[in-house]
Design a protein around this ligand. Structure first.
Ligand code: FAD
Length: 422
């Protein structure tokens, strides 16, 4: 349609200082990317197979990451501080390109940190976030425990309770948490518990339970997994576990006010919480992209070397087109992740569940691309002599945790339709 004079008069000219759209990384972003890539290539890649086989927490690797500031409160604050929002996904992609199990051993603490940063008071952040990481010589990890045996996708079904004991000014927690990354080996555990089970998820709150102080919290069964095996996953049991009243995230006064509002039938801030959740999903998506890219690069090199029928296998369109599709899908997923990260960091409203879109696409691409890569390696792809089968095992979790693909589709479908899709 031609632009009329009237049309242009209603179009606001961009302000002189308006940010220019660009996908070119800043020098800072490039430097951080290269620094993390170096660590991933030199430290994670060579150690990946060993820790996958051991299926144990790789403390020496976490220590290496801490030594260079990659595993630290300051590091995380710097990555998150980038006003464009891109540094966080860039760091995660590079780290998980190195290895996903080891990457999660380093980044798993970030889940608890995100909960404390998102829901805690300034004072709680100052005290507890550094404690999630510990100190040089006494490193710690942290755990975020929402899931339960009967509350996975349906988080509203959380049965762990937190009852306030007025006589001692303490919370008393009881219940069982399932699948907790770093569960039981952490000092700081953020436990999602219900203060009023009749209110569903609107009666939930986050509680800080430090293993070093609280009695009645212990690790349950450690889970033996298909992938991400260097990352510890376990149940956590809470049995009359007592913590001071002030250990509820956001403070007791604020929680009491919120619960009173909900009981009066007023709107709670569940929408705001949903927005926070949406904002964390792109980071998880970028981890999946790191795995997918590792597999794609490996398969590309392999296809250019391997000869059958007297020519390189990549000279067959069937192989070359598969690699072309992998590249397109990985780049498309990254763009969705970067968009959502930028939106989250700059406070844009996720009108169409853009955070979920990015996680859905990245998880599905990683699962698909690693399977393609395994296929391109033929029999070698199926053996533990080559890393591709590990990447395939690692990738699958990205369609399951932090909301399965079906749950992401449900969130997107609800956002675009405004209807209660079930
Ligand atoms: C390695 C690993 C690490 C984890 N780390 C943590 C952690 O640190 N903290 C934490 O709290 N949790 C963690 N989890 C738990 C994870 O978030 C849950 O496994 C996930 O949310 C799925 O829940 P579920 O396993 O109970 O599956 P279910 O909810 O039982 O789902 C089973 C299947 O049913 C489908 N489904 C369910 N509801 C619907 C629906 N309405 N419509 C269509 N399909 C549906 C699901 O998509 C899935 O395919 C982790 C899990 C794993 C495996």
């Amino acid at each position: 349609m031609a632009t009329t004079e009237q049309d242009t008069s209603t179009t606001e000219a961009p302000a002189a200082d308006a940010p220019v759209f660009t996908l070119e990384l800043t020098q800072d972003q490039k430097d951080i990317r290269d620094w993390v890539h170096g660590f991933a290539a030199d430290v994670l890649r060579p150690a990946a197979h060993e820790w996958d086989e051991k299926e144990a927490t790789p403390w020496p690797i976490i220590e290496e990451a801490a030594k260079i500031g990659l595993y630290s409160f300051d590091g995380l604050a710097q990555f998150f501080g980038d006003p464009t929002g891109l540094t966080m996904p860039i760091v995660n992609e590079e780290l998980f390109w190195g290895d996903a199990g080891l990457g999660m051993a380093i980044m798993g603490t970030g889940l608890a940190v995100a909960a404390i940063a998102g829901q805690g008071t300034g004072e709680q952040m100052g005290e507890w976030i550094p404690r999630c990481f510990g100190t040089a010589g006494d490193l710690k990890v942290a755990a975020f425990c929402a899931s339960e045996p009967n509350a996975g996708s349906d988080v509203s079904n959380v049965r762990t309770t937190a009852k306030y004991d007025e006589a001692t000014d303490e919370w008393v927690l009881n219940g069982q948490k399932a699948w907790a990354t770093n569960g039981g080996i952490s000092d700081v555990h953020v436990i999602i518990a219900s203060v009023d089970p009749t209110l569903g998820s609107r009666g939930h709150a986050g509680f800080i339970v430090p293993m070093s102080e609280a009695k009645g919290i212990e690790q349950g069964a450690k889970v033996s997994k298909h992938g991400l095996r260097a990352s510890h996953t376990a149940d956590v049991h809470l049995d009359d576990c007592r913590i001071p009243a002030g250990y509820v995230l956001g403070g007791k006064e604020k929680l009491d006010e919120r619960i009173a509002r909900v009981r009066e039938g007023k709107k709670s801030k569940s929408q705001a919480a949903m927005q926070t959740f949406e904002a964390s999903r792109p980071t998880v998506g970028s981890q999946a992209i790191g795995i997918a890219r590792a597999a794609y690069e490996y398969a590309l090199d392999y296809a250019k070397e391997r000869e059958q029928f007297g020519k390189k296998i990549i000279e067959n369109q069937a192989i070359a087109f598969a690699l072309a599709d992998m590249k397109v899908e990985i780049d498309a997923a990254r763009l969705l992740v970067w968009r959502a990260s930028w939106m989250g960091r700059t406070g844009q409203k996720f009108e169409n569940a853009e955070g979920s879109m990015s996680k859905l696409k990245a998880g599905e691409v990683a699962t698909w691309a690693t399977e393609r890569a395994m296929h391109i390696l033929g029999g070698n792809g199926y053996t533990r002599e080559y890393p591709v089968e590990r990447w395939h095992r690692d990738a699958k979790i990205y369609t399951i945790f932090e909301g399965t693909s079906e749950i992401q589709r449900m969130v997107i479908a609800r956002a675009i339709s405004g209807m209660q899709i079930r």
